[in-house]
Design a protein around this ligand. Sequence first.
Ligand SMILES: CNc1nc2c(CCNCC3CCCC3)c3nc(N)[nH]c(=O)c3cc2[nH]1
Ligand SMILES: [Zn+2]
Length: 369
Amino acid sequence: MAAIQFRLLKQDGAARLGSLTTPHGLIETPIFMPVGTQATVKAMTPEELDAIGARIILANTYHLYIRPGHELIRRLGGLHRFMHWDRPILTDSGGFQVFSLNELRKITEEGVRFQSHLDGSYHTIRPEDAVAIQEALGSDIAMCFDECTPYPATHDYARRSMELTTRWARRCKDAHSRGDQALFGIVQGGMYRDLRERSAAELVEIGFDGYAVGGLSVGEEKEHMYGVMEWTAPLLPADQPRYVMGIGTPEDLVEAVWRGFDMFDCVMPTRNARNGMLFTSFGRLNIKGAAYAEDQGPVDPACGCYVCRNYSRAYLRHLYRSGEILASRLNTYHNLAYYLDLMAQIRAAIAEGKFDSFRREFHGRRETQ
Ligand SMILES: CNc1nc2c(CCNCC3CCCC3)c3nc(N)[nH]c(=O)c3cc2[nH]1
Ligand SMILES: [Zn+2]
């Protein structure tokens, strides 16, 4: 049987309510996927992730290849056992990380040659290697090895980059043989409609278990980001998952769902938490602000999470200013709970056919505190 089964349960405009069945359990979509780069969602235990409703998390091929090594993880029973997470895992192929972590990298037809960001040793990752690493890790969903086209890029560069990504996608599919693991293609093409349409068509022609849209959230203006989403989503099979990579803020999530996407990942809720930036139903809140020094209220009165039920803004501000480890833990817990609860609200709105009014109301009540 196929590694995953996607069922489209309801449409509300372009927004979709779906369910994704994987070997490690069922996922309701639209879904936000917490990022766990080095086999951990920073500052959170798997039990805490489960308690706030996380149903799939991300890990990264590049980081785990560099340290501790994918063969070690294979020998120890795979990534689920290694990190004590028995729900679905999606691994990114490392393309984006190689480009963003290593100035000294060289892209050739064969693959990418780069120096380890840890010890400077030289490595080459080819599409076939990226697939083999993900098979060793045993993630439920693997991503093709792609080039995330930088922004800005000329049409000519974006075309050549997209064509390379398509040739690499073909090689990834030919190399992929793990039957209980899905493989997603990644649409590229920069900010050019003709290239995005070609990339989507070429990947659908090759045939994958799901499709991601890459090359976004790389510094482009919002209208470019939303434009690419609008052009691309309708070209991807309606009965398969659509994942837009590296997205995004709560506002971006609502806009991407509205344009027909099902899966999202972003480091913001976890990374911003460690910097004291908290997400709430009324916008962002900077917990180190002096205004909160004696504020006995919760981060967000509308949030029912463990942190908002038991700790005051004053206490969280104290922890953060004191550099306490608990500051990262509680801030991360709340931010992820907020993101996951937002997705639950979005799913409920689509189920009731009320996503349009949800979207208007959502944007209407937000500004940074
Ligand atoms: C933040 N913006 C952004 N992220 C992108 C990412 C990374 C998505 N997040 C992966 C997790 C982070 C570390 C562990 C896995 C992209 N990844 C790929 N393969 N291709 C992109 O075009 C691609 C494009 C992206 N744009
Ligand atoms: Zn909360």
